[in-house]
Design a protein. Structure first.
Length: 209
């Protein structure tokens, strides 16, 4: 059974508080999202396997550790997930990036796919699915389903803010997937937005309304 991890690190919570403020502009919002993503992926990848290797320091030869096993793939859900990619790549520059394009039908709130492009070896990678908001869970669940249909099964979901409804949906549909969030908020409102949340992450990220 997949687990839910909530990161309460002071730096993450401080930066998230600034992002929630409606007076925070798009430039600062983008920078904060990148910074929080970098802080989160540090913890998300804590259990990646390592192996011993020999290096020569300026003093002597020594045995140390490097990453082993599956390589990492990053899959942002368009469009807001794009804001998390650079933060991840700063720590894992060798990661390959795929994209999944979904939009939420305003009437049914269900996701509709319009784009999916993945690295050719995605099935052999540890995939981090990125999306700032886990609201109804429909888009995240659909994205994970699309990945599994393409024979990808090593999947982790990384979100900035989640609603209980979104977490419940993903855990029901994909009980094998771990969920990593910086905050779990109170609920969804009648429009499917997280309360208190931070508004529409895509609009705030790219300065659109």
């Amino acid at each position: 059974m997949g687990k839910v991890y909530i990161f309460d690190h002071p730096l993450i919570q401080h930066k998230l508080s600034i992002m929630r403020d409606k007076s925070t502009g798009a430039k600062e919002f983008r920078e904060l999202l990148e910074e929080i993503s970098m802080l989160m992926v540090y913890e998300v990848t804590r259990d990646l396997p390592t192996e011993e290797t020999e290096v020569e320091t300026p003093i002597c030869k020594t045995t140390t550790r490097v990453l082993s096993g599956k390589k990492v793939g990053v899959v942002p859900i368009l469009r807001a997930g794009l804001g998390m990619v650079d933060g991840v790549l700063k720590l894992i520059p060798a990661a390959r990036v795929g994209h999944i394009g979904l939009y939420r039908d305003p009437e049914t709130l269900e996701p509709v796919e319009y784009y999916c492009k993945l690295p050719v070896d995605s099935e052999n990678r540890e995939l981090l699915v990125l999306d700032p908001m886990l609201a109804t869970g429909g888009s995240a669940s659909a994205a994970i389903t699309f990945l599994k249909q393409r024979n990808c099964h090593n999947i982790r979901l990384v979100n900035l803010i989640a609603a209980p409804e979104g977490i419940e949906r993903v855990r029901k549909d994909h009980p094998d997937v771990n969920i990593y969030v910086a905050a779990c908020d109170e609920k969804l409102n009648e429009h499917g937005y997280i309360v208190p949340g931070l508004g529409d992450a895509g609009d705030r990220l790219f300065g659109t309304k």
